[in-house]
Design a protein around this ligand. Sequence first.
Ligand code: ADP
Ligand code: ZN
Ligand code: ZN
Length: 705
Amino acid sequence: MADLYASIIIDISHENVDRVFQYRIPENLLGQVRIGTQVCVPFGSGNRIRKGYVVEITDHADYEVTKIKAIDSVPERGVTADSKLIELAWWMKERYGSTMNQALKTVLPVKRKVKARNKNVVQSVTGIPIAESSDQKGSAGLEGLSPDNLGIQSEPENQNGEDGAQKSPGRVMLNEDQQDAVDIFQAYYDESERKPFLLYGVTGSGKTEVYMEMIDYVLRSRRQVIVLIPEISLTYQTVMRFYRRFGDRVCVMHSRLSEGERFDQFERARRGETDIMIGARSALFTPFANLGLIVMDEEQEGAYKSEVTPRYHAREVAEHLARMHDAMFVMGSATPSVEAYEKARVGIYRLLELPHRAVAKTLAVTEVVDLRQEMADGNRSIFSRRLQQLIEDRLEKNEQIMLFMNRRGYSNFVSCRSCGEAVKCPHCDVSLTLHNHSRLVCHYCGYAIAMPKTCPTCGSPYLAGFGVGTQKIEEMAGRMFPKARILRMDLDTTSKKGGHEKILSAFSKHQADILIGTQMIVKGHDFPDVTLVGILAADVSLYAPDYRSAERTFQLLVQASGRAGRAEKPGIAVIQTYMPDHYTIQTASRQDYGEFFRQEMRFRRLMHYPPACHMLSIQTAGKEEELLARIMDSIAMAVQKHFGDQTIVIGPVPAPVYKVNDIYRKILYMKQQNYDILIKIQKYVQMRWDETDSCRRLTIQYDFS
Ligand code: ADP
Ligand code: ZN
Ligand code: ZN
């Protein structure tokens, strides 16, 4: 039998982990050495024994066989929680085209950082013992992170009065649909059948109760659970439901924890002091010894995709991680991503459905208003006549109103009525946005100037704002409904600490009649007195330069409509649009996910977009426009030449915003049925990139979807 060789990384806290060392696996260790296993190896000229981790196993030697040393031994507990994470990092590096260093930084971030910092301390202040690290300040005792000191956004009081979980702590009696879902889960869990579940249930159908029942079941088999929740829904209310049910076996990981607190949460999991980790994306990397279940709520959320290399999607990583642990994976959504629903349709996932609300409440009635008709009838206000009439009616009845506009600022651009030029950012390829009538701000780089008196291009004094943002709507609503008390919630009003909570709390105490905001206001918050939701310009997000724009718009519209009529009072949602016949508007107004999915898949298939195809986009950037163009053209030609007969290559094209902060950006798209070929292309491009000296003045990023 041929010898087997293991590639080993020696020190995972070291920057240079991309250097791997090859060792022979001696016969007596063949059964024990796997990817991720910790091993002891002779290292360096003195052959001092050091510990390392196996990241790859092959049957071919990279060097002359006689020069390859053999692995010395496997320590008693060679497979640790870290082993699994290192195996995961290796998978992520391969799948998303990053370096091992980048992947390990993602998977073991705190561990590596804290270690490195301690080393520095020892080196610089020799001999003086210093408390672990300065990060851990202000978190006395560390083991007792309770919901009170978690720093989680506290929910405004006077929330949904009929919250079942609040009345009776612990469990509720599941309804028939919920019980069916749980029964199916338990049956497959017992049989070790590990096909992932997609729990598709309308908002309020009781998905969270179902997750908790599944979690309970898995805990009873002495295994641990990771619960992923998008940061924006990681609210006090949500976390408290888990605490009430599972007590202090619950840990929470969210972005407001300091590095030291995160480190400690992970250490608790490593020591087996916790069974449930709730958190955003990065909670996936909890070092549980015996993971039994991963739950991913709001599976469709964009925040599950990482924006830094490796650009992983938490859904894919969770699926792989679950497979590695022989654990179950359950995703849930009221508006599933097209990717996940397609996988359920073809049988890669198992679909569970909760078609009804758990507590009987009427769904909002949705009305679509054609803005072209308003124009034709001489109404040039942003509020259609129907919406005006409904707002008046609600104000009279002392009920509340939410107005949704997916664009902040006053006007989205200012242009010259003489020459037609828009006033643009000198550093970015975007128009400046008018704020407070007086300042023009770049939403990409923060550049800001006073509103000019004359056109920078032709000198004409006739400058005017076009399009509307939240700030302008606030002003117009104030003029049209002078008695109404109005609040605005967007990036500008919430940037100060606690800004979020203040606004939500004031609105929930009915200290305002109208809440105007960006998509921040449509997620997660329940206001029982809201009986009218106005979506002022549904088309804004439909025009976004992204193949997912229809999907995002559908989700936004359904979520926004869902804000109306959460309690006893029936609600109305008004969707204002210039495209009333668009399938996205039509299906969203009927809350018809199935029909939306069918139409959207038709479009994805026609255009070869995911999930009908896999896509790799290569984004490069640099200050030298000509160099960037030359390199990108040569990459495109080379890819076309080597892979072109099986791959659709598009571009290079300028990024949707070509220049940001004086840096130019170009993109090359590749579409392929076979993901493995995309990985081959990525490796090929990276190899050429590394060989080209001038590429050091550029950056490159890979994004798979
Ligand atoms: P989802 O996660 O699907 O939005 P939740 O689990 O939050 O739904 O449930 C919505 C509301 O209905 C919550 O207040 C919850 O406590 C309540 N609820 C869910 N299932 C039941 C049930 N079987 N009996 C009574 N109340 C329930
Ligand atoms: Zn001009
Ligand atoms: Zn700018």
